[in-house]
Design a protein around this ligand. Structure first.
Ligand code: PXP
Length: 240
């Protein structure tokens, strides 16, 4: 059974719009888990635009909840992540002006930093993932960096499918990358821009074992409720 990670950043976005306490991301983390999420993803951004330090600290300390903390390479955030000790960490690129994470990490440019950080997380027994574009060169570099997992950025595929364009090349690229990663003992995850259609499509790739989905789940839940949306994703991930 493939796993579903539910990204609850936008619960914090909504709370922050009022500057008060509701809706509460801590409640959302527990509620999503009880509704069937296998893990909860939160992104502690350098600009703290949604999840705040106190949210991350509290969510990481909830018992029996698997937390995937997304962070950039900033040393301030890396230190915080080690202190909060989530179960999983996914390292992502961050760019001040972006609305969301626009692409994968530049592994070559950040090679030395990444090696050091991955080693630190390994020592703390935190499963580490690198958010990368579907490129064979990046898979090879990820193997060299000795990360536990890679998460493939699926934004390009999602955009092609949504705009009804030919997505076959991008799909094959993701498939080839997943195969190479799995062959070299890397766990393969996928995320960004996914909805029911694109998740169904990618769930056919055996090597992908985890999907991390946020925007669509929270948006769709406004109409159909979080438990129903999570159940629908879990059903998709059960079938092939
Ligand atoms: N995975 C990673 C590493 C991300 O940075 C994001 C976006 O924050 C997601 C998954 C979820 O993307 P979306 O909100 O488009 O589902």
């Amino acid at each position: 059974m493939k796993r579903l990670g539910v990204n609850i950043d936008h619960i914090a976005t909504l709370r922050n719009a009022r500057g008060e306490f509701h809706p509460d991301p801590i409640f959302a983390a527990k509620f999503a888990k009880n509704s069937g999420a296998n893990s909860i993803t939160i992104h502690l951004r350098e600009d703290r635009r949604h999840i705040k330090d106190i949210d991350a600290k509290k969510i990481c300390s909830i018992k029996n909840l698997l937390v995937n903390l997304e962070i950039s390479l900033s040393s301030e955030i890396v230190k915080k992540a080690i202190k909060f000790k989530p179960n999983f960490i996914c390292i992502v690129p961050e760019n001040r002006k972006e609305i969301t994470t626009e692409g994968g990490l530049n592994l070559k440019k950040n090679e030395i930093k990444l090696k050091k950080i991955i080693k630190q997380f390994k020592k703390k027994k935190i499963r580490t993932s690198l958010f990368i574009n579907p490129s064979l060169a990046d898979i090879k570099k990820s193997i060299e960096l000795k990360t536990d997992c890679i998460e493939i950025h699926t934004g390009k595929l999602a955009n092609l499918v949504k705009s009804k364009k030919d997505y076959s090349n991008e799909y094959e690229r993701i498939k080839r990358c997943s195969l190479l990663a799995k062959k070299n003992d890397l766990e393969v995850h996928a995320g960004h821009g996914l909805d029911y259609n694109t998740t169904k499509l990618l769930s056919k790739i055996d090597e992908i074992t985890e999907f991390n989905i946020g925007h669509f789940i929270i948006g769709e839940s406004i109409f159909y409720s979080l438990p129903k949306v999570i159940r629908k994703f879990k059903d998709i991930l059960k079938k092939k």
